[in-house]
Design a protein around this ligand. Structure first.
Ligand SMILES: Nc1ncnc2c1ncn2[C@@H]1O[C@H](COP(=O)(O)OP(=O)(O)O)[C@@H](O)[C@H]1O
Ligand SMILES: [Mg+2]
Length: 423
């Protein structure tokens, strides 16, 4: 649907891969003129198949283009826009960004800030500490005698530390010597496995709950293996009524702060049920890479909703009939989740026609059109349906059509961790 009374609504997606391809497709279908600024040097095939794209390599600073093209919506995949040599110039343009800036951005960027904020508003947050060095971390863990998850204190895709979920004191002590503590270390008490999340939009000081979600972050069936850098599967349930209470307990108390800092954009809370209460693990301030595309599919008016949110105006999200649940499955390539291992560019073939969304990640098209694997996450299959079982069945019937040597996917998404609160 058109948002502008006269003329086209222009959308620029900042990102790569499945997220960028999905957002371009869905917002184009909803009436936008779409383009992408490809922020990283991989996973270009999907976005390129949807519309015009500029790479960061060709144009390291997007500001001149934004000034010229004046998009009505800029949709970022990550918060890395905030850490660029061009960030100040970008913000001076007062861009219609679907992401908070300034104080609001700190909710995701600085883990210790989120902890402190929750303390201020009485929101349970998993007990956590920021320390400067490995030695300090070791002393703390020995003193506390608690298993700790190891995290980067400052979130960025290029952080020296990626989350390592340790489940015992000995696990934590074993991992600490391996860390690069250049930016310090954030230690957070391990709170088990009863996880869930909720994604909402905040605009004009109001919170608009959208979906409750679950991510299957462990690499292998049965929730075995390490917590991978990105999830292997995900479920979303349309939940504007906050059926599971995550909004009421973990977002609503922050409303005075959202208002105070003029927060506008997405907010996702990831939480763990511990001793009968949800505890925050982290907040994100953008649409997730796998849940974002499913939300855009479920909404009848994603373009209008996102444009108005980027402008900090009141929202009226509408939902498409019959799309209550979504299931996303990732096809992982050779070596994943151990990203140190890489394989050759083997073919990626598809048997028959897809019946749900398939968004390409690390694949490239050869001159003859054949796709080949170029990395660890080949693509995401995302199915929406009226029931959870239908969404899951559709996603599986589609992912089974894709073949690539050494690739794999989880076969048990939906069989654990759902409904929220279950292990
Ligand atoms: N304190 C914790 N207790 C148990 N598991 C955790 C804890 N913190 C993180 N995890 C697990 O690790 C995943 C990633 O951690 P998260 O804080 O979301 O950071 P990021 O997404 O930036 O890696 C979580 O989704 C959860 O599965
Ligand atoms: Mg997370």
């Amino acid at each position: 649907m058109a948002v502008e009374a006269n003329g086209t609504t222009r959308v620029s997606v900042l990102g790569v891969g499945a997220f960028t391809q999905a957002m371009m497709r869905r917002l184009r279908e909803d009436g936008a003129e779409v383009s992408a600024y490809l922020t990283r040097d991989y996973a270009h095939h999907g976005p390129l198949s949807e519309g015009p794209c500029i790479t960061a390599a060709a144009e390291p600073n997007p500001c001149a283009r934004l000034r010229r093209e004046r998009p009505d919506l800029i949709l970022p995949m990550s918060i890395e826009w905030a850490l660029k040599p061009w960030t100040d110039e970008f913000l001076a343009l007062n861009p219609p960004l679907l992401c908070p800036t300034g104080e609001g951005l700190r909710l995701e960027r600085e883990r210790d800030f989120a902890r402190e904020l929750c303390g201020r508003f009485g929101v349970p947050f998993a007990r956590a500490w920021f320390v400067r060095t490995r030695a300090e971390a070791e002393a703390l863990v020995r003193h506390e005698q608690r298993p700790c998850v190891i995290k980067n204190p400052l979130c960025s895709p290029t952080s020296p530390i990626h989350t390592i979920v340790c489940e015992s004191v000995a696990d934590t002590l074993a991992w600490l010597p391996r860390l690069d503590d250049a930016e310090g270390i954030f230690l957070q008490e391990y709170l088990g496995r009863r996880e869930a999340g909720h994604i909402a939009l905040v605009s004009e000081g109001e919170i608009y709950p959208l979906v409750t979600n679950q991510e299957y972050k462990r690499a292998f069936d049965g929730n075995l293996g390490i917590v991978a850098g990105a999830p292997l599967g995900g479920l979303v349930e349309r939940d504007p009524g906050d059926k599971y209470g995550l909004v009421r307990e973990l977002l609503t108390p922050l409303r005075p702060w959202f208002r105070e800092v003029g927060f506008r954009g997405p907010v996702q809370v990831t939480a763990m049920l511990h001793e009968g209460r949800w505890h925050v693990l982290e907040y994100n301030v953008r649409l997730g890479v796998t849940s974002g595309p499913m939300i855009a599919r479920m909404l009848a008016n994603p373009l209008e909703t996102f444009v108005r949110c980027a402008r900090n105006e009141s929202l009226a999200p509408r939902w498409r009939d019959g799309l209550t649940f979504g299931c996303n499955l990732t096809l992982a390539g050779y070596g994943y989740p151990f990203t140190q291992l890489t394989g050759p560019r083997v073919p990626v073939t598809v048997a028959g026609e897809f019946t749900c969304d398939v968004w390409w990640q690390e694949v490239a098209a050869r001159a003859d059109g054949v796709l080949e694997a170029t990395g660890h996450r080949l693509g995401d299959v995302a199915a929406l349906a009226g029931t959870l079982d239908e969404a899951i069945a559709s996603a599986y019937s589609n992912i089974r059509r894709i073949h690539s040597l050494g690739s794999y996917y989880r076969t048990d998404v939906g069989q654990s961790l759902w409904p929220p609160g279950n292990e």
